[in-house]
Write a protein of this length. Structure first.
Lengths: 183, 183
């Protein structure tokens, strides 16, 4: 049986390592890492639409769903490109009020409104019943500040409407975020 | 307890150096992977693109092979893409200035013919606009547009080699450079 090694001995930096080389290497590593994070958020790698505009939803009660778009840093969504639908079709979607966006002048389309960061929309459901399973479909389209646009994209979330008096259902993501270490 | 004798450092006392070196190597590897230019898949072969045939705004099929031998700039765009619309007047000017020398722009619209026709009229488009619909997005993916965003541009030199594959707006200086190099 090997003798257990005291933790404090492992944490001691040997005298040999106390040369400027190790801190210098560590600094270079940290600098590269910071550059890496910086480039990822600024110009860096572009995201597929379902990751740039992450859709999620939760059932508030049997008559309403709260839909959310989490817009990635450096991206924006067009207000007039947001569309919602429900499946089955007999759970009719009532009038949807989209929050006001930031007004932007577009050469071709005139005044357009855009959303950044987060958009929350309440979707009223008509003829839905408690306990029913409903799929909410959202169409969206947006662009990145670096000068590219994502094509129109459809995402959906399937949720169960809570029973009367029950608390709102859990927030469900349309696409679980994937780990992308090397992209 | 170990001793930090510089004469015979044990493996245990050297571990911080190994850990830092390993982390540094990892950081460098990730950095190089992300920032050093990597050849886009199939980026040297213009064959698949030149084999494409798509309808123009009047519905007549147009094969890209008809522009073989020219400096061909194939631009994937859409009316819903503001950065695409913004760069197109520059393409119109370059087509007018260098068309006689052999520069040929061709737009492939990820869009429908009605909107394309309207926008073409608005900016006085002087080069062919082909209607690719959303299928054109998939086509651009096979040509290196992995995130499927727009604008996406491929330039084929008169000998048939792909000399530029770019996601995001093309700068006027890039076009001037290509004209100087290949025409």
């Amino acid at each position: 049986m090997p003798k257990p090694v005291p933790v404090e001995s492992l944490l001691r930096i040997p005298r040999r390592a106390r040369t400027p080389v190790v801190p210098a290497l560590a600094l270079v590593g940290i600098a590269l890492f910071a550059l890496e994070i910086g480039s990822a958020s600024a110009q860096g790698k572009l995201l597929p639409p379902e990751e740039a505009f992450r859709f999620s939803a939760r059932a508030l009660d049997a008559r309403s769903v709260e839909a959310t778009f989490a817009v990635a840093d450096g991206y924006y969504l067009y207000r007039d490109k947001l569309r919602f639908a429900t499946v089955p079709a007999d759970v009719r979607l009532g009038p949807v009020e989209l929050p006001a966006g930031k007004v932007k002048e577009d050469q071709f389309f005139g005044k357009v409104e855009t959303y950044r960061d987060r958009v929350v929309v309440r979707l009223p459901l008509e003829r839905a019943v408690a306990g029913q399973v409903v799929t909410v479909r959202a169409d969206s389209q947006g662009c990145a500040d670096v000068g590219v646009c994502c094509p129109p994209n459809t995402q959906s979330v399937t949720l169960t409407l809570p029973q009367a008096g029950a608390p709102p259902g859990p927030l469900i993501d349309a696409t679980p975020p994937r780990k992308r270490w090397f992209n | 307890m170990n001793d930090d004798s510089p004469a015979r450092p044990s493996l245990r006392v050297r571990w911080p150096i190994y850990v830092i070196a390993a982390l540094l190597a990892l950081a460098l590897g990730v950095f190089a992977f992300r920032h050093l230019p990597a050849p886009a898949p199939g980026s040297r072969d213009s064959g698949p693109l030149l084999a494409v045939s798509l309808p123009d705004v009047d519905g007549h099929p147009q094969s890209l092979a008809q522009w073989r031998g020219r400096l061909l700039v194939v631009n994937f765009w859409a009316t819903w893409c503001a950065p695409c619309r913004e760069e197109m007047p520059m393409f119109v000017a370059a087509q007018a200035a260098h068309g006689a020398k052999g520069l040929q722009f061709v737009g492939i619209a990820v869009d429908d013919a009605v909107k394309v026709r309207q926008f073409a009229k608005e900016i006085g488009l002087n080069y062919p606009a082909l209607i690719g619909g959303y299928g054109a997005m998939e086509l651009s993916k096979t040509l290196g547009n992995s995130v499927m965003a727009l604008p996406f541009t491929i330039v084929i030199d008169p000998k048939g080699g792909v000399v530029l594959t770019q996601l995001g707006p093309v700068q006027p200086a890039q076009i001037e450079r290509l004209v100087a190099d290949f025409l």
